[in-house]
Ligand binder design. Structure first.
Ligand code: ZN
Length: 589
């Protein structure tokens, strides 16, 4: 959540300087009780205080609703700020210089270049916009927008423009404004010819400037007016434009989005403009690519729910499937509206009106449920059907690569729905699904209560992350089988080896919902383990982990023995009994 601008250590400096009791105390009346402060939770309504602030660790936690985190989390949630906004605000209040001044010469050169690109884009947006509004050559463009029902106020607020059908319109105009062809090329506005010289990238296109969240023009999306190809053309990536981290329309629509606390996500720029023209203003759109994890994280900063408007075709289902793990990871509520075949949001809202579109949005269905139902519709829930569903899910799981958290959330969600063990979705062996699907012995905990031992181990690791590796070697993930624990462990596996001591901060930053709540709840109370006993405690815990794994393995053998017995598989039975005997002998020695 930090940007390149604000290095992690600055965030730490600000955090150390900020008095969490002061900051929260401005909004919540706090009273000291022991080492903590207590007050009425600002995130849910309550009559007796369960909102706790621990100044020593800089953590807050509500035992009523589970809200929790550090001083940044509080600012972000309470004031609806983004992380950089919260950082800036607190840095200002505690007189901490953000490191913009401390940049190296290369960084300064890079910033100056970015500045030139912003200026070139800004100028280009002005020129295109002006051309659209006033030039006779833009008449067809104006008529086109009118025909598509885009009113003048939207043309203005989105600064729509027209790039005339010329090779050097922008090139010349920018040069007149002292912007060199090289800078224009770096900004993606013009293209360098092989034999030297440059030409305009956008010709005979309606152009939509793409703004970043602070309102700077960073790129353009252009739609051809005539019959040329491609129909849609975006600026290439540049030092100021990263497609996967940008959402079209977010700048213009962010107030509306925050007010509604919901984002409607559409595919195309014109879908978006059309919805805005029909008073559905909480919309944004990815830029012609599949939704990225980064975009989902951005969405999460602005609203607690996302509505995906998909076209009702097969591509829509595939896109929905790919989006599931992204939303599961961020624990961001995602719902789906599937439009009738042959409709996109633009044609739909123009044919049926905004009331009908709002009705569709209100009836949106949960994204993971939607994907699951579609797969069940297609394949059925027979063993064979389940096998096919698993085969459809596997490529998605595979595509998640080493993103452990994403993968385990996705796998646990669908294995639960299918009544299978998570391993069946992970293994690449088709037969295993069919042969063991019915075994269905359930060991996984997903009840809200965390088993005591798991809670203790987790608490210990939060305080002493240096023991994470030996715990991992001992097989901790086999005994920490509670959903919430597994999510946290997966996250720790990703960050601990790299980060060392800042584990808690990183966990609070990367996790949310139940997991973040569990961590803040463990940290607001007095630690159960004294520093000087940590080696001893670690030893005991590792011993317990190993012993417990052994017990689990024995249980598993016993279960398989019963199965082999029922199936009359004597060969397997003998083999298993032999194994069990060995295990019994080990445990008595
Ligand atoms: Zn609360």
């Amino acid at each position: 959540m930090t940007t390149a601008f604000f290095q992690d250590n600055t965030a730490q400096l600000v955090k150390d300087a900020a008095d969490i009791v002061d900051v929260i105390g401005e909004q919540v009346s706090l009273r000291k009780t022991g080492i903590n402060y207590k007050g009425l939770c600002p995130f849910h309504s309550e009559k007796t205080p369960s909102f706790t602030v621990n100044p020593e660790k800089g953590i807050f936690h509500c035992f009523g609703c589970g809200a929790g985190g550090d001083v940044f989390t509080f600012m972000m949630n309470f004031h609806q700020m983004t992380f950089p906004e919260a950082l800036k605000e607190l840095a200002g209040r505690y007189h901490i210089q953000l490191p913009e001044q401390k940049l190296s010469a290369t960084d300064q050169a890079r910033l100056r270049k970015k500045d030139r690109l912003y200026k070139a884009n800004e100028k280009a947006a002005d020129l295109y916009h002006d051309f659209l509004l006033h030039q006779p050559g833009a008449r067809a463009a104006r008529e086109y927008l009118e025909k598509r029902g885009i009113p003048p106020d939207i043309v203005t607020s989105f600064k729509l423009g027209y790039a005339p059908e010329r090779w050097d319109f922008l090139l010349k105009a920018l040069r007149g404004a002292n912007i060199s062809p090289e800078t224009a090329a770096d900004a993606g506005l013009v293209v360098e010819k092989k034999q030297g010289g440059h030409y305009d990238r956008f010709r005979d296109r309606i152009v939509c400037p793409i703004f970043d969240v602070s309102g700077r023009v960073i790129a353009f999306g252009g739609r051809i007016l005539g019959s040329g190809e491609p129909k849609y053309l975006n600026s290439p990536e540049t030092p100021v434009f990263n497609k996967s981290r940008t959402l079209y329309g977010l700048y213009q629509n962010k107030q509306k989005i925050r007010k509604e606390n919901q984002i409607v996500l559409v595919e195309g720029n014109f879908d978006l403009l059309s919805l805005v023209a029909h008073n559905i203003g909480n919309v944004c759109a990815p830029l012609g690519t599949a939704l990225t994890p980064h975009q989902v994280r951005i969405l999460k900063r602005y609203a607690s729910g996302v509505i995906l408007l998909f076209d009702g075709d097969a591509a829509g289902l595939k896109a929905a499937m790919r989006a599931v793990p992204l939303f599961l990871t961020e624990q961001l509520d995602a719902r789906v509206v599937l439009l009738p075949p042959d409709h996109d949001p633009d044609t739909f809202v123009r044919a049926f009106g905004e009331k009908q579109m709002e009705k569709e949005i209100a009836m949106a269905r949960s994204l993971p449920e939607f994907v699951f139902e579609r797969l069940v519709q297609e394949h059925g829930l027979t063993l064979e059907g389940k096998g096919k569903i698993v085969n459809e899910l596997r490529p998605i799981i595979k595509s998640m690569g080493d993103r452990n958290l994403q993968r385990s959330l996705f796998v646990s969600h669908f294995s639960r729905k299918l009544g299978l063990q998570p391993e069946h979705l992970l293994k690449n062996d088709k037969q295993s699904v069919l042969s063991t699907a019915s075994a269905g012995h359930k060991r996984k905990h997903s009840s809200p209560d965390l088993p005591l031992k798991q809670k203790q181990i987790l608490e210990f690791l939060l305080y002493y992350p240096e023991f994470f590796e030996p715990f991992l070697d001992a097989g901790i993930e086999k005994v920490m089988d509670h959903d919430t624990c597994q999510v946290i462990l997966n996250c720790m596996t990703d960050i601990v080896p790299a980060e060392g001591s800042a584990v808690v901060d990183l966990l609070l930053e990367q996790l949310s919902g139940r997991e973040r709540s569990l961590i803040s709840s463990l940290l607001v109370k007095t630690p159960a383990f004294a520093e000087e006993k940590k080696n001893e405690v670690a030893g005991e815990m590792i011993h317990w982990i190993k012993h417990h794994i052994f017990d689990l393995e024995k249980d598993e053998i016993t279960r398989r023995i019963n199965e082999a017995h029922q199936a009359n598989d004597t060969v397997l039975l003998m083999e298993l009994l032999e194994k069990k005997k060995e295990m019994d002998e080990t445990s008595t020695t």
